[in-house]
Design a protein around this ligand. Structure first.
Ligand SMILES: Cc1cn([C@H]2C[C@H](O)[C@@H](COP(=O)(O)OP(=O)(O)OP(=O)(O)O)O2)c(=O)[nH]c1=O
Length: 227
């Protein structure tokens, strides 16, 4: 089944490429601001669903030629990664500025936090309707199946000094990453221990995502939580 990875994240693309799957990329842009008092679970589930809906909208708006490159039904993969502080309530997203990054890092310093990544697989089919009033048939995408997983990894940070935070912010690495760090880069120097999937921290729990894809295409897996 054709797969569309609806993500602008180069990390997700690279991780999925490692699995030697054929897929196409569609970049979606949504508002990722958490709502007041939104729980980590509600936030991350809202994000993967909103990204999937944005992808469907974008694919519906494209021309017939774009649709022709995908065989119906096909699968849209969306993903979202957040940090969650040890209080279990505070969501760590991408830092909006230096102060925001420092405020997150001060609470992560010498402490354990979790990284959660949700992945949603949305299977859609192309419907073509002939309308007498229109010269060309109209087309729309219909959701036929949706499944979602959330993977959690515990990450422990060493104690951080103001100098370390300043140097790291100036490296430019933290800006587009949840919790303001990249474990695959310089951020690894802050991580003393992880417990769980490494690829989950980078943005796509690979083994679990492949199992989800398999379940959706072949129809058998134990670990999937239906929506
Ligand atoms: C914690 C951590 C996060 N990240 C990244 C993964 C995600 O790309 C990003 C969190 O933001 P997301 O909103 O999950 O993803 P994104 O905006 O980069 O891409 P998309 O188009 O799919 O929405 O943080 C790392 O690369 N390394 C890390 O160690």
């Amino acid at each position: 089944m054709d797969i569309v990875l609806a993500s602008g994240s180069p990390r997700r693309r690279e991780l999925l490429e490692r699995a030697q799957l054929d897929f196409t990329i569609l970049s979606v842009d949504i508002d990722e601001t958490p709502l007041d008092n939104e729980s980590p679970t509600d936030y991350i589930e809202r994000m993967v669903e909103t990204k999937a809906n944005a992808a469907i909208q974008q694919l519906s708006d494209t021309s017939q030629a774009d649709h022709d490159s995908l065989t119906s039904p096909f699968m849209i993969l969306t993903s979202d990664t957040i940090g969650v502080l040890s209080d279990g309530k505070t969501v760590l997203v991408k830092p909006v500025d230096r102060e925001h990054a420092y405020s997150m890092w001060q609470r992560m310093s010498d402490n354990v936090h979790e990284v959660w990544t949700a992945v949603q697989a949305t299977q859609v089919q192309l419907l073509t309707k002939a309308e007498p009033s229109k010269a060309k048939p109209t087309q729309c995408l219909q959701i036929i199946n949706q499944q979602r997983i959330t993977e959690r990894t515990e990450v422990t940070f060493i104690p951080l000094t103001t100098q370390m935070m300043s140097d790291y912010w100036n490296s430019g690495e933290p800006a587009d990453k949840a919790g303001g760090y990249g474990i695959q880069g310089l951020g690894a120097t802050w991580v003393s221990r992880i417990n769980g999937s490494y690829t989950n921290v980078v943005g796509l729990p690979l083994a679990q995502t492949l199992a989800l894809i398999k379940e959706m295409t072949e129809g058998s897996m134990d670990t999937v939580n239906p929506l």
